[in-house]
Write a protein that binds this ligand. Structure first.
Ligand code: EPU
Length: 426
């Protein structure tokens, strides 16, 4: 793969940043918005799209299904085919990204059938799809396990409304069944739904396009089925709270002052409170956040990941890098994904003192200076954590498999270079 490596010259303890960075549109909002195109019968226009790999792949999947996609600079317009006999997600693309599962519900609901491979994506432990299969069955569909993937057929006359209880709050399962239920017959009640801001944005959009949904802001959503939607406005992608959070952590490590613009401070509450507890200066603006260097040493703390509005699992690895620089013993409890702590071994190779207690828990002793190393991204967020570690380390860090980082962070090397950091592609 071309230019799949990042070479970083570490700051070695200096605070090099004094500047501003703009936060882009949210990856996880964009991918579900693209899937929502499939339940519309007139073109769906998307605005504030980030220019990242996962977005390109989701748009390509719509095209491979026979849909029409027009791309703008940070926008796109999507029109799915009116009819399809045996819709099948392009295997090669779909198995590369977990978000491809978001097409399953809308495609099945719209065309009565869908074939898709087991969705791949980042290696962050087990990522089962049992909630999806269970939900489709509850709506009357027949699931055929074809080994590499699944063929799902709706009953004659289309999916039937049902009551579905999710065992855990799942972001993409909530989104998938919201969309599928809008084209089903009768009422669907989804229980134990996720509360992430991307879901709120999706529901508000679907309602504006004629979807009948109640319960927003609670974990029970009730949906009345009907016909494909006719959007009356564009779907505006939210600012990426995980990108914003990653930059806030970077600022906490490396900035005298770093202002994040075009973000939503309310979506960052859990992180910003923790930064404050550690001694970092945090100023909240209307659509901005400013991170200020701490007055003294950073304080250690305990953190546990949680569904929104709790501390996001997607910031856990980057935040651990910050904890390696805090005085005392910190603890991390990854409560959402099993195995999403393995990256800590690489941080130890760089000089961190992290004990991996089990597949969910870390114990960190700090502060420890870090040394540049040659490392390889195992997934998007751990890759970003290595990049941060490299940026504060002494000497040079080489991050291979940078394509994982590109899946979620647009043009990262260039954007960080303009902040005065030394990072280039090779
Ligand atoms: N789960 C199951 N069965 C399922 C689905 C989920 O057991 O069928 C479990 C998962 O194993 C996990 C929990 O439910 O323990 C919650 O996972 P969830 O389904 O919410 O994760 P997701 O929807 O696959 C989204 C984001 C992830 C983010 C998680 C958690 C998108 C496209 N992806 O994934 O984002 O980590 O929610 O917030 O929205 C990332 O951006 O780096 C990323 C991985």
């Amino acid at each position: 793969m071309e230019q799949d490596t990042l070479i970083i010259e570490g700051a070695g303890g200096k605070r090099l940043i004094r500047g501003t960075v703009q936060v882009n549109g949210s990856k996880n909002d964009a991918v579900q918005a693209i899937a929502a195109g499939l339940i519309c019968r007139t073109p769906l226009k998307l605005e504030n799209l980030p220019q990242i790999d996962d977005v390109s792949k989701m748009l390509a999947l719509v095209e491979r299904l026979g849909g029409e996609v027009k791309r703008g600079k940070r926008s796109a317009s999507i029109l799915p085919p009116a009819n399809l006999a045996h819709p099948k997600l392009d295997e090669e693309i779909a198995e590369k990204i977990r978000a491809s599962i978001l097409f399953s519900g809308p495609t099945l609901a719209r065309y009565g059938e869908v074939t898709f491979p087991h969705p791949g994506g980042c290696v962050i432990g087990e990522r089962p799809i049992d909630f999806f299969l269970h939900g489709f069955r509850a709506m009357g569909a027949r699931v055929v396990d074809e080994g590499k993937g699944y063929l799902i057929r709706a009953p004659r006359g289309g999916l039937r409304g049902a009551t579905i209880f999710f065992k855990n709050q799942s972001v993409t399962a909530t989104e998938t069944f919201l969309m599928a239920a809008l084209l089903a017959r009768g009422e669907t009640v989804l229980k134990n739904c996720a509360l992430e801001p991307e879901i709120e944005n999706l529901v508000n959009f679907l309602k504006s396009a004629g979807g009948r949904i109640t319960g927003l802001g609670t974990t029970t959503l009730t949906i009345q089925g009907g016909k494909p939607l006719s959007p009356k406005r564009a779907y505006r992608i939210l600012p990426d709270r995980i990108e914003a959070g990653s930059f806030a952590i970077m600022g906490s490590l490396l900035a005298e002052e770093l202002k994040l613009t075009h973000c939503e401070p309310e979506h960052l509450e859990a992180l910003l409170n923790l930064l404050g507890e550690m001694g970092i200066g945090v100023k909240r603006g209307k659509q901005s956040v400013t991170i200020l260097a701490p007055k003294g040493e950073l304080k250690a703390l305990k953190v546990k990941t949680h569904e929104y509005p709790g501390f996001p699992t997607d910031l856990q690895a980057p935040f651990t890098v910050l904890l390696t620089q805090a005085r005392g013993g910190s603890e991390v409890f990854e409560a959402i994904f099993e195995g999403r702590v393995a990256y800590a071994e690489t941080l130890n190779r760089m000089g961190a003192k992290i004990e991996i207690l089990d597949s969910h828990r870390l114990k960190i002793s700090g502060p420890t200076p870090l040394q540049g190393q040659e490392v390889s991204s195992p997934d998007l967020r751990a890759g970003l954590a290595y990049l941060l570690a490299g940026l504060i380390a002494h000497g040079k860090t080489i991050v291979h498999n940078a394509r994982y980082i590109d899946r979620g962070y647009e043009d990262i090397a260039h954007r960080l270079t303009t902040l005065g950091l030394s990072i280039k592609r090779a």
